[in-house]
Design a protein around this ligand. Structure first.
Ligand code: ADP
Ligand code: ZN
Ligand code: ZN
Length: 728
């Protein structure tokens, strides 16, 4: 009797056995249609055996083995098994969720005409389920669906009237947009001839090291200051892999950046098929790109985190750009780290992996200084000296609309010279809170432990955590006082202040609110490039990967608020962010200037930043982490629980802690505590941190604990495990 063991998208850890008399070992990794309950389901064959623990009379027969797409290789399956086990996520879900939607459905007619689809905008992609009203189940369903990729016209047509109504609301809010089916991105790119600069000596050394590492597992940290030409190193390494008949996978943090990179890569490799894999594709595109990847036609795959699972028969090299970026870690559901899985995959496949960045995650840096990874350094910025970074001490001066006299003078000077400037403030809206100075009322969100942000342009108060929106009150809801004060600054207020200070300046605000409509950003980019803008005001959307040759001054406001945080990674993340922002200055040849307004000019983070000495910063911070017993010196997992009442969540965690103690007394347990934001979207949240210096020990423990937790019945708490958590 032939039994197949099938992974199905259901929330249990086990596989499902079916009889499949005509299946053989060659079908492992193939999709299969099986009866499931009263319906049928698509799954993936994980194993073919001759015995089952299910009694024979209860075994059902498969309906059909689906051989219309390439099967997943044993290596692809091994990676999924590893990831599901490591992140404690049901294997069947992991396998199915990483397949293109069209390969997951029971019936699908591939011939259906597609003309375009809805996809999430930058603003939409940033939403989390907690941003939607808790009870709006259709909104939740649609968001979840859109997060898995574009919703094409046929699928949109199949939706009920209610869902179409919600789609329209999403459109109105700028969360989604309609996009015509795209043509190959390469057609536009081919017009220009490829330009390959000669590598400098550091780049040459890096490329040589990676090239000679091809064919063996070797993790590299490419630590290169901003503007040092890391991309050029990636491209040469990819060329070397291609020359050996291999495929190369290039992972990047943001979809927003892929079109530019795609054009660059296509220009450099006119003979190779390049595909992208990210959530901005329509279902049809995603399927086409996935198939090209799986059957080996695509030689270079450019993708965001989910591309780490793409089937790649000839994979020879993986590159992870901006490896420290938080977007590589999925923040709900299957909480994998694509960066860490890239390394795991490289090890499984026996190939090199290159992690590139100016500010590595401390985990990565630690691995490099302890020689687990090979460190490659690029210390020279190409074509320009590094920017000059200074702190502006704001303790003893009266700021004009939050702007120091030094920054104002520098902005004026740049305007006179015809240069562009960027004022960076990582908070959108007008003011983070509205307050009554008479009775002390403040604009709080009734569903979150957070304040409502005043958006003056729209005359609204908005919660940036749950999406709640209310009209801005004309007077104080507490006492009727007509004079409410906006407290603090956001991008809108800074934009207004700059307009007052520089009436003739052309000012452009770039944040999630102004870029949410598709094509808004490309149009803005064009204006910046054509020098139709003098001063940019922007959030971290502007920090990453953009090259503006005329931008020579960067001013940073309100960075201090992140210096003293409960999150032990706050300083690491702030350093990385400020380095990226500072790196925008002076990319066109002139020396850039960066002014950071702060009340703590002698804080070690700022002094290291001024010296642009990541190494000193990381080493002193790592010494502190070692002392305090924090990662990377220990490994952590976070059990999160949420419930309508905090007590319910904490009770669940208490029980979980008792369980943990009885399982392994060596695992360090913290006390269950309310989350950093205890209330979000009307639910109370709490968490329990566990850690161990030994990763294998933690893995074994988590596996047992996960089982024990699943057995706790009669709880109204929803819980999830986050292995290697990065936000608390
Ligand atoms: P990074 O990713 O390290 O910030 P980039 O790869 O974007 O830096 O490179 C910065 C700029 O330098 C790009 O415009 C790139 O084309 C250019 N560049 C890279 N390497 C060289 C080189 N060897 N000679 C001349 N220009 C180069
Ligand atoms: Zn009042
Ligand atoms: Zn809220």
């Amino acid at each position: 009797m032939t039994i197949i063991r099938v992974a199905l998208a259901v929330p249990v850890d086990s596989l499902f056995d079916y009889r499949a008399d005509r299946a053989g070992p060659g079908d492992i990794g193939q999709r299969v249609l099986v009866p499931f309950g009263k319906t049928s389901a698509v799954g993936v064959i994980m194993d073919v055996t001759s015995a089952s623990t299910v009694p024979e009379h209860k075994l059902r027969h498969v309906l059909r083995v689906l051989r219309d797409a390439p099967r997943l290789s044993r290596e692809d399956l091994r990676l999924l098994e590893f990831a599901a086990d490591y992140y404690r996520y049901p294997l069947g879900r992991a396998v199915m969720e990483t397949l293109p939607a069209r390969l997951r459905r029971t019936k699908d007619s591939p011939a259906r005409k597609q003309t375009g689809g809805y996809l999430l905008t930058v603003a939409g992609a940033a939403l989390t389920p907690a941003d939607l009203p808790v009870r709006a189940s259709i909104q939740h369903r649609l968001l979840e669906r859109l997060r898995r990729g574009a919703l094409d016209s046929a699928e949109a047509r199949r939706l009920s009237r209610h869902e179409r109504g919600v789609l329209k609301r999403f459109l109105d809010r700028g969360w989604i947009e309609w996009r015509q089916a795209v043509t190959s991105p390469r057609s536009a790119a081919l017009a220009e001839p490829p330009a390959t600069p000669a590598l400098n000596s550091e780049q040459t050394a890096a490329v040589d090291a990676i090239r000679s590492g091809l064919g063996a597992y070797r993790p590299f940290l490419l630590l290169g200051v901003t503007g040092s030409g890391k991309t050029e190193v990636y491209l040469h390494a990819i060329a070397a892999a291609l020359a050996q008949g291999q495929q190369a996978l290039l992972l990047v943090p943001e979809i927003a950046l892929t079109p530019q990179l795609e054009t660059l890569v296509a220009r450099r490799f006119p003979g190779a098929r390049i595909v992208s894999l990210h959530s901005g594709l329509t279902e049809t595109e995603r399927l086409a790109h996935w198939l090209a990847t799986a059957n080996g036609q695509a030689r270079i795959i450019l993708g965001t985190r989910l591309a780490v699972f793409a089937p790649l028969p000839d994979l020879g090299l993986i590159v992870v750009d901006e490896e420290q970026d938080g977007s590589f870690k999925q923040s709900d559901g299957f909480r994998y780290s694509a960066r860490d899985l890239a390394v795991a995959r490289a090890r499984q496949r026996n190939i090199p992996v290159v992690l590139g960045t100016a500010t590595p995650a401390f985990e990565t840096y630690h691995n490099a200084v302890t020689s687990r990874y090979t460190m490659l350094r690029l210390t020279q910025r190409i074509g320009a000296p590094p920017p000059r970074i200074d702190c502006v001490d704001t303790r003893n001066q009266k700021l004009a609309d939050g702007l120091s006299s030094e920054l104002l003078a520098a902005l004026r000077q740049r305007m006179e010279a015809g240069d562009q400037s960027l004022v960076f403030i990582n908070r959108r809206g007008y003011a983070p809170v509205l307050m009554c100075r008479h009775c002390g009322w403040i604009s709080g969100c009734h569903r979150c432990s957070a304040q409502l942000v005043l958006h003056l342009r729209e005359r609204e108060l908005r919660c940036h955590h749950c999406g709640h929106v209310a009209p801005a009150p004309a007077g104080c809801p507490g006492c009727g006082n007509a004079d409410l004060s906006p407290v603090g600054q956001g991008t809108q207020r800074v934009e207004e202040a700059l307009a007052r200070q520089f009436p003739s300046a052309r000012i452009l605000r770039i944040d999630r609110d102004t870029t949410s409509r598709r094509l808004a950003w490309p149009a803005m980019r064009g204006r910046i490039e054509r020098r139709e803008v003098d001063i940019l005001v922007g959030t971290q959307i502007l920090a990453k990967g953009h090259d503006f040759p005329h931008l020579n001054l960067v001013g940073v406001l309100n960075a201090d608020s992140r210096l003293y945080s409960n999150d032990f990674r706050a300083a690491e993340h702030l350093y990385a962010l400020l380095t990226q922002v500072a790196g925008r200055a002076g990319r066109g040849g002139a020396r850039g200037q960066v002014l950071i307004q702060t009340e703590f000019p002698h804080h070690p983070l700022y002094t290291a930043l001024v010296r642009q000495d990541f190494q000193a910063f990381a080493e002193s911070a790592l010494a502190e982490r070692q002392q305090a017993g924090f990662p990377p010196f220990v490994h952590q997992a976070l059990l999160r629980a949420e419930a309508p009442r905090l007590a319910t969540a904490l009770e669940f965690l208490d029980e979980a802690a008792r369980n943990a103690r009885s399982l392994d007394a060596q695992i360090a347990l913290y006390d269950p505590v309310p989350a950093a934001m205890p209330r979000r979207a009307g639910r109370e949240r709490a968490q329990l941190l566990v850690q161990s210096a030994s990763r294998p020990r933690l893995r074994d423990f988590l596996s047992a604990w996960h089982g024990a937790l699943s057995a706790i019945r009669a709880t109204r708490a929803r819980w999830s495990l986050d292995v290697d958590p990065i936000d608390f």
